[in-house]
Design a protein around this ligand. Sequence first.
Ligand code: NAP
Length: 242
Amino acid sequence: MKTALVTGGSKGIGRAICVKLAEMGFFVLINYNKSLEEAEKTLLFVREKGSDGELLPFDVSDQAQVEQSISSWMGRNEGKYIHTLVNNAGIRMDALVMWMKNEEWNNVISTNLNGFFFITRFLIKEMILGKSGRIINVVSLSGLKGLPGQANYSAAKAGVIGATKALAQEVAKKNVTVNAVAPGFIRSDMTKDLDETQLKTLIPMNRFGTPEEVAEAVGFLASDKASYITGAVINVNGGLYT
Ligand code: NAP
C-alpha cells in the first residue's frame, strides 16, 4: 500500500483528493491546520472507500511544524515512506495592489508558496533514494492568467508553477514526477463568497467545477498511467482559459 500525503485535506478539493487516492488504494495522510472536525470527516470518507489513513496536523507555512510532524510520523512508521505528495493547502486574501497590506501579501505567499517549498524539500530526498515518487501541486488559473485583486495569490501560484517545472527536471532521472493541476472556479469554502450566477457566464461550460472533477486529474497524475508526464500543468477550468 503506497502512502500519500495531502496538505489541506480537511475540506474542499483536498478532501476530494484524499477520497480519490483512497479509492485508488493509497494509505492517506490527511493534513489540516484548523479544521479538526472536518479532517475527521475526511478520514471517515477515506475508510468508506475501503482504505485507511491518519490525520497529520500542521501549518504548512511553519517549517518547524512541518518537519516535526512528518518526522514524528516517519519515526512511528519505519520502513514506510511518503510516495505521493499533493501540495493542496492554500488561502486567498484578495485586495487591489494599491490597498494590499503586508500581512495579506505575506500570508498568501507563506501558505501557498513557502508551504510547497518546506514540505517538498523535506520529502524529496526519500523519493530520490527510493527512485520513485509523485509530487502534484494544486495551483490555479490565477497563477497562469493573473486575476485582478489577486496579485498576492497569482504571484504565489505562478511561483509554484515555475518551481514545478524546475524541480521536474531536477528529479526526472530518479523516476520522480512533478506536475501541477490548475483549477478554475471550483465550488468550495474558498469560493462561497463569489457570485456563481454572474461568474458562470464567463465560463464556456457555464458552471463552476466540483472538487471531485479536480481530484480526478490529481488521481491520474498519481497513477502509474502518468509515468511519462512531468513538468506539466493540467487545466481543470471548464474551458475558461487554456
Ligand atoms: P478550501 O475549501 O478553503 O480548503 C483549503 C484547505 O487548505 C483546508 O483544508 C485548510 O485546512 C487548508 N489550509 C489552509 N491554510 C493552511 C495551512 N497554513 N496549513 C495547512 N493547511 C492549510 O479551499 P479549496 O477550494 O479546497 O482549495 C484547495 C486548493 O485549490 C488551494 O490551494 C486553492 O488555492 C486551490 N484552488 C481552488 C480554487 C477554487 O475555485 N476553489 C481554484 C483554483 C485553485 P484547515 O481548514 O484545516 O485550516
